[in-house]
Ligand binder design. Structure first.
Ligand SMILES: *Cc1c(COP(=O)(O)O)cnc(C)c1O
Length: 381
């Protein structure tokens, strides 16, 4: 089956009790035992398993082509659970990309578990550097994020995975920005895929959840499941229902996000008030060739640097009227964010950089909005 069909049908069935075409939300925390004490209907207590969460997990595993998915209360819960679960077999160092979701960096510095990990940051475009990082000590984990946050840089998943494997390291790919519609990291050999379902998969900025998906035959499922259940870091029934609802339109939405982002990126690249555009769909992007090979399309995230610095970037964000100034991404509303001020002193984002999440509005309207906002700084640059 094609991915559009999987997105609509996997994990769903017409409700056998009522014929409802859209599944009911199962808020019950506890489920009836059979007369003999068993649970022939498959559910016992909703921290262990819930019909809506199970449906979501079934669909996510099918979309990524994995063995199984485990749905958590947020993307960060999925990420921290994955690091913990993989360390069981790969207790060595964590090899991290320079450009990585800021929450991962905060997790590594602000929690005792995070601080207990040995980490090394490498340029994922430098294969010799990855090889060197994987040479010392016991095998650990190589972290892949592509496209990355906030610079929308591209990591060659197959190349990095091959280096990691040769050194006995496990690989995790954060596939949040590409989604399984645009990129299938299991086909390039990664061990675990993580997602923030809060972003494109939920798709409407109204659900917080995450997931870890294990490759077929991967050894990490039991531990990932145990962390979900026994720590209680699970996606609620309602959030699972919303995320699964979002998945039905994910293939169609990703096409629109990608097509609109490309025209917006081309417009920005030609604008005199813009110094640099980071979008893998542009031939000028250093990752364009790799992205063309490993992605079906280039996604909806663009970062651009305005002429000037922090003040000019903030002025452009302030002048936008269709874009909402807010963090996060992947919803129907276009969002704009000055990452350096969001991330604070530890940021690696340039002060002149704005990150935009291209929503589902018409590209002409987004371009007009960006044009008038960029004109407002035109006189000062
Ligand atoms: C948002 C995000 C996360 C974290 O997800 P939450 O649901 O906010 O916990 C992780 N990785 C990437 C790439 C993200 O954009």
């Amino acid at each position: 089956m094609q991915i559009e069909t999987i997105a609509v049908h996997s994990g769903r069935q017409v409700d056998p009790a009522t014929g409802a075409v859209s599944a009911p939300i199962h808020l019950a925390t506890t489920f009836e035992r059979d007369a003999d004490g068993g649970f022939s209907r498959g559910f016992e207590y909703s921290r262990d398993d819930n019909p809506n969460r199970r449906s979501l997990e079934t669909c996510l595993a099918a979309l990524e082509g994995g063995e199984a998915a485990v749905a958590y209360s947020s993307g960060m819960a999925a990420i921290s659970a994955s690091i913990e679960a993989l360390r069981l077999h790969r207790p060595g160092r964590l090899v991290l990309p320079q450009d990585i979701y800021f929450g991962v960096r905060s997790f590594l510095t602000d929690t005792a578990f995070g601080r207990s990990l040995e980490t090394i940051v490498v340029d994922m475009a430098d294969q010799a550097a990855i090889e060197t990082a994987c040479r010392e000590g016991e095998p650990g984990i190589v972290w892949i994020e592509t496209p990355s946050n906030p610079l929308v840089s591209i990591v060659d998943v197959a190349a990095v995975t091959a280096i990691a494997k040769a050194a006995g390291f496990a690989t995790v790919a954060d596939n949040t920005w590409a989604t399984p519609i645009l990129q299938r990291p299991f086909e390039q050999g990664v061990d675990v895929i993580v997602h923030s379902l809060t972003k494109y998969i939920g798709g409407h900025s109204d659900v917080m959840a995450g997931a870890a998906i294990v490759r077929v035959g991967g050894p990490h499922l039991d531990e990932l499941r145990a962390i979900q259940r026994h720590r209680g870091v699970l996606a609620s029934a309602f959030d699972s229902w919303l995320a699964l609802r979002g998945i039905a339109t994910l293939p169609a939405r990703m096409r629109v996000h990608s097509a609109t982002a490309l025209v917006v990126a081309r417009f920005l690249e030609d604008h005199p008030a813009v110094a640099k555009v980071h979008y893998p769909g542009l031939p000028s992007h250093p990752g364009h060739a790799v992205a063309s090979r490993q992605m079906h399309d280039f996604g909806g995230m663009i970062s651009f640097e305005v002429q000037g610095g922090r003040d000019e970037a903030m002025a452009v964000a302030a002048a936008l009227t269709i874009f909402t100034r807010a963090t996060s991404l992947g919803g129907n509303h276009s969002l704009v964010e000055h990452r350096a001020s969001v991330e604070g002193p530890a940021t690696t984002a340039p002060e002149s950089l704005l990150r935009v999440s291209i929503g589902l509005e018409h590209g002409d309207d987004l371009i007009a909005d960006l044009d008038q906002a960029l004109r407002s700084i035109g006189s000062s640059v």
